[in-house]
Ligand binder design. Structure first.
Ligand SMILES: *Cc1c(COP(=O)(O)O)cnc(C)c1O
Length: 505
């Protein structure tokens, strides 16, 4: 067996190699940040093209590190949707803050094990402070505010269901759902994020335990339906333990009646979880835009994603709670090999407080971004995007589109309001969205709202987006609609918009 040359360790590399790599890295990152707004948004990738790149690596021979970086950078440029582009009107993936990129790089290099205070006192203490600060900013109160950083909203929602189960059924940690005639039920609206459904499966509840409540015309949870469903389920032998309200649905930005849900949760003694994954940023920085944001203080727990509207690199979710000890009661375990780790009073070790064990220092990118932008800086950024959302609505109406959702948040769902609209074929809006994505000039999508009604969807989450980008979006929309009409040819070949129409081809 060949022993690695200690002067050329294969993993750490030599000082000369590292210096050359750092230069290459900062050059490439700087180029990406300064050029991405001019890049084509949509990749035109094929499986074989990507396979060809990957087959260049057989892992038998050591490759030149600069060359590896070069190949990977080229592949990333070519084969991804550039969500950081200011004309990306899609999901909640804003451009990562520069301080966030620096934080994530430092975290990768210093690699603190943030699972316990003894291993990484700075990381754990920083996160603990930040979590309490965010909980307080959301209006939660109590001596025992706390929470955990998560990979994202999905993990935070999973954590929420687990804590709600332990809250209602304290023996759940020992017995699980085995050998009992428990039939736990949790309540969500039909617009709730799908991560709840997955989390219910992960908790052993199954999807049937997730009880869907209808929404009103504004896509908000219908409170009378909610009460009615809970009462009926109680009579049928279900055990309600949780209601999830969403402050800013993913689809259309609906803000559920948070105060009303809190009151119903109280009446039935069930846990109230507020999913504020992206809308939470508006609650934190521009609370005046919706009265319901003030009611978030009544939540037992809150999901908030800093990697959405706060523009930090991905994987920065938070689960926040005001309920004393609930995380410890849910996750506490004893591990023999952790015996050297004496817990510090008032600062719980994340490993006994969360799903994760080895833990990345997630909080640093939030901390460093907030330190540089400040609360006021963030407020301005969010405020501006809310205004651009209003502008987008106006411009759409002017160009003959009909906005179908009502929300103060900058996510706009719309259909064609022009004279040809009644001849719209099923799938035509979807085709328009696909054509737009293919153009590579802007990115937006098509969604279905309640009653399966299709709508185009454009969302602003990018701090670099300007009025010009919105005009560009409108131009592309108008152009693609014209194309779509031409393609339709003889309109009488197609039946008007109805569920029975054939798929548009
Ligand atoms: C994005 C989102 C989630 C899921 O969060 P991830 O960070 O993608 O895991 C949950 N709820 C809502 C309302 C969301 O918008």
């Amino acid at each position: 067996m060949e022993i690695a040359d200690p002067n050329n360790p294969l993993l750490i590399l030599t000082k000369e190699q590292r210096e050359s790599l750092w230069k290459q890295l900062t050059n490439e990152v700087e180029t990406y940040i300064s050029v991405v707004d001019r890049a084509r948004l949509t990749p035109s990738s094929s499986v074989s093209e990507i396979d060809a790149i990957l087959s260049g690596f057989d892992f038998e021979e050591a490759a030149d590190p600069n060359k590896v970086v070069e190949v990977i950078v080229a592949a990333l440029w070519k084969h991804q949707t550039h969500v950081s582009n200011s004309r990306y009107f899609g999901l909640f993936n804003p451009p990562p803050s520069t301080m966030g990129i620096i934080a994530d790089t430092l975290v990768a290099a210093f690699n603190p094990q943030a699972g316990s205070w003894n291993h990484s006192p700075f990381a754990v203490q920083l996160e603990n402070r930040l979590l309490r600060l965010f909980a307080r900013r959301f209006g939660l109160s109590g001596d025992d505010l706390g929470g955990v950083f998560c990979t994202g909203g999905a993990e935070a929602n999973h954590t929420a269901i687990l804590t709600a189960l332990v809250n209602k059924f304290p023996r759940y940690t020992e017995n699980g759902l085995h050998g009992s005639d428990l039939r736990p039920a949790l309540y969500v609206s039909t617009q709730t994020h799908h991560s709840i459904l997955k989390a219910a499966r992960l908790c052993g509840l199954g999807s049937r335990a997730v009880r869907f409540v209808d929404v009103d015309n504004d896509l908000k949870m219908d409170l009378r339906q909610l009460e009615y469903r809970i009462e009926r389920d109680l009579m049928d032998g279900w055990h309600p333990f949780m209601i999830v309200g969403t402050a800013g649905t993913t689809n259309a930005g609906a803000i559920d009646p948070i105060g009303g849900i809190a009151a119903i949760a109280k009446r039935f003694s069930v846990w109230f979880h507020a999913d504020a994954a992206w809308g939470g940023a508006a609650a934190l920085f521009t609370p005046e835009i919706c009265d319901e944001f003030g009611e978030l203080r009544k939540a037992d727990s809150i999901t908030f994603d800093a990697h959405k509207w706060m523009s930090v690199p991905m994987a920065a979710g938070m689960y926040l709670t005001s309920q004393k000890d609930i995380l410890a009661r849910t996750f506490n375990v004893q591990a023999e090999y952790m015996t050297g780790e004496t817990p510090v009073a008032g600062i719980p070790d994340p490993y006994v407080h969360s799903l994760q064990w080895s833990r990345r220092f997630i909080g640093l990118k939030v901390f460093m971004s907030l330190a540089v932008a400040g609360w006021e800086g963030y407020r301005k950024v969010i405020q501006r995007q809310i205004e651009l959302g209003d502008l987008l609505r106006e411009e759409l109406q002017r160009a003959g589109w009909h906005v179908v959702n009502r929300t103060p948040l900058p996510v706009v769902c719309f259909t064609d309001a022009s004279s040809n609209a009644e001849l719209l074929c099923v799938g035509e809006l979807k085709q328009i969205a696909e054509d737009i994505v293919q153009s590579g000039e802007v990115w937006m999508s098509c969604t279905t709202l309640s009653n399966d009604a299709e709508a185009l969807r454009a969302c602003i989450t990018n701090c670099k987006t300007t009025e010009y980008d919105i005009k560009h979006l409108i131009d592309v929309l108008v152009r693609v609609r014209k194309l779509s009409l031409q393609r339709r040819g003889d309109p009488f070949k197609y039946r008007p918009l109805s569920r029975q129409s054939p798929e548009y081809t």
